[in-house]
Design a protein around this ligand. Structure first.
Ligand code: TA6
Length: 292
């Protein structure tokens, strides 16, 4: 069922209700790749690459109801990261309805959808600033997220933001994140250290790598697979896996699901961004499957 034909492009862009009754945008690329983005939270819930592999993890126990975050895909974190402030954890952007404002094909043959969220009485009640933020999802042989945040008010404000991306992998115990060497290390549950050549997993990890190199990669040895992550304007990387105990404590996450996922997040996590009135921040993250 099409909620609206306004942005429909036959075979490439479709707007419909998902199986939970939430409006979603479906993108299809000539390569065979596809993606689905919920208008709720501007939440990308699926990216299937040209070879037919689902790249995003989605918990089988995830909620799909307004007021609760979706557990998988790309939760949009803004204007607060985690519990570092008075707002709902990870801010309010992921639990608000965004508006589809544009969709179509790019000059390079990609397919895109753009969604926006602006301040409202509900957001101003908890965060007294006028803003407009836009996420543009671009599907081609990879998947990119282009993000702008504008201060529409008369006073400066500061924010943290991140793409809290859940990747599906075969086995966390045979996975690694490479390219973080040289970055400092802020371990949520321990002290500081310098990241080595690669991050491997044998327990819960919840680590921020401030100022990490712009190009990193996720290696999924068990599946002989992986992907590259490049970013601009997003200073930090965070790597998270809940492991056994935390997985058991999460109501919207299966006890065994920690084995098949890892979050490699990109954003401005360690340090806040300050925006003067009338100014805007722009950044992007691009996910790419290594070529044959
Ligand atoms: O990004 C890592 C983290 O901050 C972890 O500490 C964990 O809380 C995770 O986010 C998930 O947060 P959520 O609010 O989505 O359950």
């Amino acid at each position: 069922m099409n909620c609206s034909a306004q942005f429909a492009v036959p075979g490439a862009i479709e707007r419909r209700l998902d199986s939970h009754g939430l409006p979603e945008i479906r993108l299809r690329h000539a390569s065979g790749a596809s993606a689905r983005i919920l208008e709720y939270g501007a939440h990308a819930v699926s990216w299937i690459d040209a070879a037919g592999h689902e790249r995003f993890f989605m918990s089988r126990a995830s909620w799909f109801e307004r007021g609760k975050p979706v557990r998988g895909g790309i939760p949009v974190v803004f204007p607060q990261f985690c519990d570092n402030g008075p707002l709902p954890r990870h801010g309010f952007a992921r639990i608000h309805d965004w508006t589809l404002v544009d969709a179509g094909t790019t000059g390079a043959g990609g397919v895109f959808a753009a969604l926006e969220l602006s301040d409202s009485a509900a957001t101003r009640a908890i965060w007294p600033h006028a803003f407009k933020t836009r996420l543009q999802f671009v599907l081609d042989t990879g998947f990119a997220v282009e993000w702008t945040i504008a201060n529409m008010g008369q006073r400066p404000f500061v924010f943290h933001n991140a793409l809290h991306t859940y990747f599906q992998i075969r086995d966390i115990r045979r996975a690694a994140v490479r390219g973080l060497q040289g970055a400092d290390l802020i371990q949520a549950d321990a002290g500081y250290g310098a990241a080595g050549r690669e991050i491997r997993f044998d327990s819960e990890i919840d680590r921020v790598f401030p100022g990490a190199p712009d190009a990193i990669s996720l290696v999924d040895e068990a599946a002989k697979d992986g992907l590259h992550i490049a970013r601009q304007g997003m200073a930090d990387v965070l790597v998270w896996n809940p492991w056994i105990d935390k997985a058991r404590r999460m109501e919207d996450f299966g006890d065994d699901e920690f084995v098949r996922m890892v979050c490699v997040e990109t954003g401005n996590i360690a340090a806040a961004i300050e925006l003067a009135p009338g100014r805007a921040w722009a950044g992007l993250t691009r996910y790419r499957i290594p070529g044959p």
